[in-house]
Design a protein around this ligand. Structure first.
Ligand code: FAD
Length: 296
């Protein structure tokens, strides 16, 4: 018999909300997170769209306390394997194993990418994934943001208060209007500089000559996908790489549910992630009832 009713992989907003809901339904639940919980929140100084002004780490602490008080447990570890085990699953981390009747994937999105062959060599040499973490390193310097969704624009706004100049390159998205940063509708096609980044070349969408933009850093918010390489074959992804689920949030793997940013179609906001985490538990619980867990 499985040791845990539910193992939640990922302790960000969706995972901690799921854990609190699971424990509240009297289901045994452990959350496994590589960093100790909070996820994206730990990178966010200012949160938008909440009922009260809160910094990301403060909301993370609140969600963690809620899950632990409800009776869920937290384990720190990197999940490296997910294998079928009878009617459930075995979750393997870099320091242990957890058997589960149901698994909830709350793994968020991996770091952004530009899709360039040599971009990995610029990691920690100018390529960044977090304005709040790395922005201060580029105080008074020109920087680029790659991406045009709401959160890329937010990153550009925050960087505008630190950097000498911010250029947002849309990478295929719709160009936002701004009076605090420049916008180029186009795609970054080359990175230049040794040892650090000095410039990028942008191919404008309207055609014509490529534009060279001097920059010390590129903050990448495009091509973000859930990093579920630990899962077995058969985990179906949507066009944007996120995990496809049914109405009960069950993925293509029976007994494996997905929630939050990692789930195809999920709105990428904190309020949605909290609600989505709770809905994943409702879906998982319905599956567990025939296995002997009554509805809470
Ligand atoms: C720059 C930016 C600003 C934003 N600002 C706002 C805002 O102001 N208001 C708002 O409503 N939304 C905002 N959002 C969106 C919001 O942050 C996300 O929708 C939300 O945090 C998603 O939560 P999540 O739990 O799905 O994923 P995450 O918070 O990313 O959590 C996933 C967790 O899973 C863990 N994990 C992944 N893989 C593994 C593994 N193999 N083993 C162990 N652990 C693993 C990660 O370490 C992480 O802790 C912003 C997003 C960005 C990028």
């Amino acid at each position: 018999m499985a040791a845990w009713d539910i193992v939640v992989i990922g302790g960000g907003t969706a995972g901690l909300s799921a854990a609190a809901a699971a424990a509240g339904r009297n289901l045994s639940c452990v959350v496994i997170d590589r960093m100790g919980g909070g996820g994206e929140l730990m990178n966010l100084a200012t949160l938008h769209d909440l009922d009260e002004p809160l910094a990301g780490p403060d909301l993370a602490a609140r969600l963690l306390e809620g899950a632990m008080t409800a009776g869920a447990e937290l384990e720190i570890g990197e999940v490296v394997g997910l294998t079928p085990l009878g009617e459930g699953w075995r979750v393997t981390t870099d320091n242990g194993q957890y058997d589960a009747r149901a698994v909830i994937l709350a793994i968020g999105l991996g770091p952004g990418a530009l899709g360039l062959a040599d971009e990995d060599s610029y990691e920690a040499r100018g390529l960044s994934h977090c304005a709040a973490c790395d922005g201060p390193l580029y105080r008074g310097e020109p920087v680029v943001v790659a991406g045009a969704d709401r959160w890329a624009v937010q990153e550009a706004r925050e960087l505008a208060a630190i950097a000498s100049e911010v250029t947002l390159v849309t990478q295929g998205g719709a160009a936002p209007a701004s009076d605090v940063f420049a916008v180029i509708s186009g795609r970054i096609v080359t990175l230049e500089g040794t040892p650090g980044l000095d410039a990028v070349t942008v191919q404008p969408d309207e055609g014509g000559a490529p534009k060279r933009v001097t920059t010390q850093a590129v903050f990448v918010q495009t091509r973000r996908r859930p990093a579920a390489g630990f899962a077995p074959k058969g985990l179906v992804r949507g066009q944007d790489g996120r995990l496809v689920t049914d109405d009960a949030q069950q993925s293509s793997l029976p007994g494996v549910y997905a929630t939050g940013d990692a789930r195809a179609g999920a709105e990428r906001t904190l309020g949605f992630a909290m609600e989505d985490g709770r809905r994943a538990v409702a879906g998982a619980h319905a599956r567990l009832i025939p296995l002997g867990k009554s509805a809470g």
